[in-house]
Design a protein around this ligand. Sequence first.
Ligand code: PLP
Length: 395
Amino acid sequence: MAGSSYKKIEPGLKSVAAVQSPIAFIDLKAQRRRLGQAIDDAVQGVFAHGRYILGPEVSELESQLTAFCGTKFAVTCSSGTDALALVLMAKAVGPGDAVFCPTFTFCATAEVVAQLGATPVFIDSDRTSMNMDPESLKCGISTARSLGLHPVGVIPVDLFGQPADYDRILPIAEQEGLWVLADAAQAFGAVYKGRPVGTLAMATTTSFFPAKPLGCYGDGGAVLTDDADLAAVIKSLRVHGQGEDKYDNVRIGMAARLDTIQAAILLQKLAIFADEIAQREGVAARYSEALADICEVPVIAEGLRSVWAQYTIKVPLTKNRDEVVRALAAERIPTAVYYPRPLHKQTGYRRYPTAAEKLDRAERLAQEVLSLPMHPYLEASTQKYIVDAVRRALS
Ligand SMILES: *Cc1c(COP(=O)(O)O)cnc(C)c1O
């Protein structure tokens, strides 16, 4: 974040009186007001031409996504989860294969692996970045081999908007002959040492779920890759495995397209996305400035740029996090815990292997994390009110 400019919260700012309407955790309505008529016109445009499936807005969005992140191909699809599934299907992942996933993530990362009959192997987190720990990945690979599994790929997650440690993960994967699929559902628009998210791995997936940094008004997602063959297979898979001839399906696929209306909406949102990322950085900087002395605030590694899908602090274990949540709720401040349980502790995932007997750091993170309201339209006065309440709750 070095070099980014932001307004500090002025000490004299009247906060409580300024906050009359309920505070939004993510304020989609403020964004909607900013976009105004442009969104209505974009949707009307789709009604006018009537090409609701794979209409012109879909290909326009795909070309603008490639321009935004500098990748050769973007294939949009029905969700971030389906984006992951499409890549795994293209790589023919199946029974006996091991795919390495962080345990401290949203379930979809591992769900798609299990759904295809392969084995997700859970990896511990780095305490500071909260992303996949490369040392634990090494352990996970040998654990998988010792269980007779065939390691095929790694799915690092760019948690809360910050890219994972690709400079350490990619060489491990290469040495072991594994592909890397980046789950950037929370991180489209982020940058890793000068390289945009989308260009860091064999393939990158993202989500346009409404609450993600770049969200539509429903479900949506995309796969980004430089691999022409992979992009072509995924394009076929998203339409039932269609071949050159529409009625000669050459593989087993899915119905996983992005609606034209959602593409039209995303084109409008993409136009203001760079500005929104800068706004999020300002919000994050103000939080960190005001909270760093009383709790662990997010640390963005040197040379990285987060898109701040979440602003997540670590509540000291000496405090009761539930009480902190209740105290903030009493002041009408919404918060969220992403994630209260690592995947290897969840009922559906307990039977899958873990890199080591205990994934201590992820388990501890699950007890400590607390996400505060974060969106580009969070005003300084509202943020001052939140910060004051957080300080009271933590002191
Ligand atoms: C949101 C999310 C997904 C799934 O995206 P959907 O569009 O909701 O299917 C996958 N992985 C991570 C890390 C996510 O945060």
